[in-house]
Design a protein around this ligand. Structure first.
Ligand SMILES: [Zn+2]
Length: 72
């Protein structure tokens, strides 16, 4: 799943982590967030978020995280 970044404050929405502040369950894709979902840090809407494309370095980081995760 693609993480999304807030263009206003730099917050990163990670689908694997969800958004506990808004009762968003883990593994919720950005596209499945409610339309009234807002950035937990600065409060802007979903239209201010953009997908984060994964560079090779990010993919490695992602895989490391998966390997560390208890659910893996
Ligand atoms: Zn923000």
């Amino acid at each position: 799943m693609t993480p999304f970044k807030c263009t206003a404050c730099g917050y990163e929405y990670k689908p694997e982590e969800g958004d506990p502040a808004h009762n968003v369950a883990k593994n919720t894709p950005f596209a499945d967030l409610p339309d009234d979902w807002t950035c937990p840090l600065c409060g802007v809407g979903k239209d201010k978020f953009e997908p984060m494309t994964m560079s090779p370095a990010r993919v490695e980081e992602h895989v490391d995280k998966l390997l560390e995760s208890e659910s893996w």
